[in-house]
Write a protein that binds this ligand. Structure first.
Ligand SMILES: Nc1ncnc2c1ncn2[C@@H]1O[C@H](COP(=O)(O)OP(=O)(O)OP(=O)(O)O)[C@@H](O)[C@H]1O
Length: 713
């Protein structure tokens, strides 16, 4: 039976082929994977630079290209129109990188043309100072060395480099720039995602090289897997995991809770989905289940859809429950009760807190004046101290640590604050009102009294969960191997919850991994987004400092635009123009997003787009269209084209979300950092295009656009 591998770049091209051609491709390569290539005539073209390249007939117009890897193993490289396929097959040369052990290819025909244009001998080559052994040690193909010796100017070298794989290009330009070898090696090895250490590289063993290139080449386990891959050709994440993602997702055993961090777009969710399926696949048929949970219902629905695409075994799929954390808490608290609760909105609850504050405790402020605690202070105290620590008595509250809550509260004040908080909670109870956090606290207590219902837990968007939610999750699965698999990015923390997992009984020490490659966003978008963050380290859920070291994007695109307007009307006109252009360019409405800091700006934008006959997504009414949402509502989503608007001073940072520095400098810094994270989250939702705009003065958090390194300005 022939063994077939597929090149990553082939899949999107397959996806773009006409349906009839896709069917013909599938039939041809299906035959290939099923039996041997006996049913398929593999043609070796005369004049081919590489004796291992073959083509096969798909239909009258298309031919497939494969590389014989040795034995009955083949790499499916592409399917192209007849003439293009023949040209490709005769001009490419596949080589094994001596240093990295990976399979690479180069345009040999153009290299030959380049060579014939060079003078036969050069007075002094640009790389004469580098011995040939050093060039090969860093992965330059040895057969290129005689040609390199004839290259005597930097422009010549750059022209040649354009025809070479990126690894070799990087090595050669590094040598030409006089960089030390270890620095060049760091750059070269950082470009690829090795499945394993290369060890002794055999440059003739193409199959071994293909296996060492798992982020670009996937071996297929027969026709069923092939069909599953080809069914979703654009979902590359299903097949081509980064080696770190694969290693993390498919690790046999974590001796306890494991934490995967990584900033926006690094594939945490993708890795979590793979882990959930892997764990569910190993569960015996005894009713044991995996819980996959996340922050909101919309995100849970998105996970559900992705899971359906990843897992095609119904019995395995049925062992995974996907439920948002709020739904989970609500269901546990209301299970078996006739009376249900209403979740109190801010509009309903804020007046209760304000009234309690007006009637409630006073304190002497820094200036010596007698002042009242505000409603927001009381509510935060309830959520961040009382519910966070599950405090049920005033005595417990009196002794509780109030880390991160700014100035201390003396015992007498705590008694007053407790009484004011309890008054609001009593009113809520009387009115059948609850908050999600409160329900999580109650659900944790209920869940803690019974047997744990799940075997494994996978938790996405962990950075924003409240301690009560973590207590609930801890209670849902018995401590032990593979109990909890947690995904979080502290740079995307946009709510008030700064949690230490250790303090909620979840020990991840020694089981933390970090992803660094951003698969979503372009280099240019990421470059601008990262500059929104203050550049400081941030504290992770494992109490360790997290950094953005090594965080990088793999694709390039246009420079994000920042447009300035004198007033909101002008800004909205420009937005309509921009969204209209994207639609005209064929971007589907649901692949376009518009984010703003406040609900008010969101409402204005939605109305304006609708007035311009542009559909705006409305999940409740089932309308598919451009998604307009607050920055908070953008969490976890992604769009081909994204506008972030209303980035004015006075709107971002939102004045009501930032404690004044005079009242509490510590809270002020934290609040500002949260606003920065919020903008970072919004901007990193963009895949290809990012458009930013403001009216009047720009937000102080907005970085100035600058050309990204390596990009024309
Ligand atoms: N190995 C991969 N190959 C191709 N695409 C990938 C890979 N891993 C992730 N992606 C894609 O990158 C994008 C981001 O992935 P994902 O949503 O899992 O990242 P994340 O770290 O959870 O992001 P965020 O924290 O910003 O929500 C998605 O479009 C996903 O399909």
């Amino acid at each position: 039976m022939a063994e077939l591998a597929i090149d990553r770049d082939f899949l999107p091209r397959y996806g773009a082929l006409p349906r009839a051609v896709q069917r013909a491709v599938f039939a041809a390569i299906g035959k290939f994977a099923e039996h041997t290539h006996a049913g398929l005539h593999l043609e070796k073209l005369t004049g081919a630079r590489d004796p291992n390249v073959r083509t096969f007939r798909v239909n009258n117009f298309y031919r497939g290209i494969v590389v014989a890897l040795g034995g009955a193993r083949f790499l499916l490289k592409d399917v192209l129109p007849h003439d293009d396929a023949n040209h490709y097959a005769t001009t490419r040369l596949f080589t094994v990188n001596h240093a990295l052990g990976i399979l690479e290819d180069r345009d040999q025909e153009r290299i030959e043309a380049f060579a014939s244009d060079l003078p036969a001998t050069a007075p002094a080559g640009v790389l004469d100072h580098v011995p040939g052994t050093e060039l090969t040690r860093l992965g330059v193909d040895p057969d290129l060395i005689p040609l390199l010796r004839r290259v005597n100017s930097e422009p010549q070298l750059l022209s040649l480099c354009k025809l070479l794989p990126e690894t070799q290009r990087t090595a050669l330009t590094g040598f030409a720039a006089g960089l030390p070898a270890d620095e060049i090696w760091r750059e070269v090895s950082g470009l690829v995602m090795l499945g394993e250490e290369p060890g002794d590289v055999d440059p003739r063993d193409l199959a071994a090289a293909a296996r060492r290139t798992p982020d670009r080449i996937a071996f297929v386990n027969g026709p069923i897997e092939l069909a599953a891959i080809l069914e979703h050709p654009f979902d590359l994440w299903r097949t081509f995991l980064h080696p770190t993602q694969r290693d993390v997702a498919y690790r046999d055993v974590y001796s306890g809770p494991a934490l995967l961090t990584g900033s926006a777009g690094t594939g945490k969710t993708v890795t979590g989905l793979h882990r959930a399926v892997f764990l569910a696949g190993r569960l015996p048929d005894d009713g044991g289940k995996v819980l996959l949970t996340t922050f909101t219902r919309a995100l849970a629905e998105a996970l559900d859809r992705q899971l359906d695409r990843l897992c095609d075994t119904p019995t395995v799929r049925a062992r995974i429950d996907v439920i948002s954390i709020d739904r989970l808490a609500y269901d546990i608290v209301t299970r078996g009760r006739r009376k249900k609760f209403t979740i109190g909105s801010d509009e309903v609850l804020d007046p209760l807190w304000a009234a309690a504050a007006a009637a409630g405790p006073t304190y002497q402020n820094r200036a010596g004046r007698i002042t009242k605690y505000g409603g927001a202070f009381l509510r935060r105290e309830w959520e961040q101290v009382i519910l966070a620590q599950g405090l049920t008595t005033v005595d417990a509250y009196r002794d509780a640590a109030r880390t991160g809550r700014g100035e201390g509260l003396r015992a007498a004040h705590r008694d007053q604050v407790w009484a004011a908080v309890q008054a609001v909670v009593d009113q809520m109870t009387a009115g059948g009102l609850r908050t999600h956090t409160q329900l999580a606290d109650e659900a944790a207590a209920i869940a803690g009294t019974g047997p744990a219902p799940y075997r494994h837990l996978v938790v996405d968007e962990g950075q924003d969960l409240h301690p009560a939610q973590w207590r609930l999750l801890r209670a849902l699965v018995a401590p032990g191997p593979n109990d909890m698999f947690l995904l979080a990015d502290p740079y995307q923390r946009i709510y008030d919850n700064q949690v230490s997992l250790a303090q909620v009984g979840i020990q991840v020490r020694g089981r933390t991994r970090r992803l660094t490659v951003n698969y979503r966003t372009t280099h240019e978008i990421l470059d601008l987004s990262v500059r929104v963050l203050s550049g400081d380290d941030t504290l992770g859920l494992d109490d360790e400092h997290d950094t953005l070291r090594g965080y990088r994007a793999v694709t390039h695109g246009g420079i994000p635009s920042i447009t300035t307007h004198t007033d909101r009307d002008g800004e909205l006109d420009a937005l309509i123009e921009q969204v209209g252009t994207w639609l005209d360019q064929g971007v589907e409405p649901h692949a376009i997003g518009v984010a703003a800091r406040t609900g008010r700006v969101v409402d204005v934008v939605s109305r304006t787009l609708q007035d311009a006959n542009i559909d705006v997504a409305d999940d409740k009414r089932g309308v598919i269209g451009v998604r307009v949402a607050t920055m908070h509502g953008m969490k976890g989503l992604e769009f081909r084209c994204l506008a972030v608007v209303g980035l004015d001073a006075g709107v971002l940072p939102a004045p009501n979300a930032v404690t004044s520095a005079a009242d509490d400098p510590h809270a002020h810094r934290q609040d500002l950092q949260r606003e920065r994270c919020l903008l970072f989250v919004a901007m990193t939702r963009a895949r290809d295009v990012l458009y930013l705009s403001y009216s009047g003065a720009p937000s102080t958090l907005l970085p100035t656009a600058r050309p990204a390194p390596g990009t024309a300005s």
